[in-house]
Design a protein. Structure first.
Length: 129
């Protein structure tokens, strides 16, 4: 099993790497070595959500090198919904407390992990003292 860096639209890029994001990548490699391949599909590489004062949407953390999108793959290379749910649960439990982990899409088509600058409390997670 492996961790693959393969952007969906263009090559992946980062201009810097946050320690907590590095920890998310390390955890992804650990889970992948034990279970299924994981493909990193996005870092700071293509167009993501921009802030919008009208709707209240915030700018994507991808632009500040603090977000990653991941897809768990089957043996044939197709996305694994079951694998993504399993990895999501595990990553949510083990990721740094500053990290939000989300399943995006229905059924989930990827996992989005971001380092939350606001450091708000997480549901189901204990906060650092």
């Amino acid at each position: 099993m492996s961790l693959k860096f393969d952007g969906l639209r263009e090559p992946l890029s980062l201009t810097e790497i946050n320690d907590d994001l590095m920890q998310v990548l390390k955890l992804s490699a650990i889970w992948s070595n034990r279970h299924q391949d994981i493909r990193i599909t996005s870092l700071n590489d293509h167009i993501h959500q921009r802030s919008d004062a009208t709707t209240g949407k915030r700018e994507s953390y991808h632009y500040s090198n603090k977000a990653v999108d991941l897809v768990v793959l089957t043996a044939t290379g197709a996305p694994s919904v079951t694998g993504m749910r399993s990895f999501y649960t595990w990553l949510h439990r083990h990721a740094p407390v500053s990290t939000d982990v989300l399943l995006e899409g229905s059924p989930p088509h990827h996992i989005h992990a971001e380092i939350d600058r606001r450091e708000r409390p997480r549901k189901g997670r204990r906060n650092a003292d």
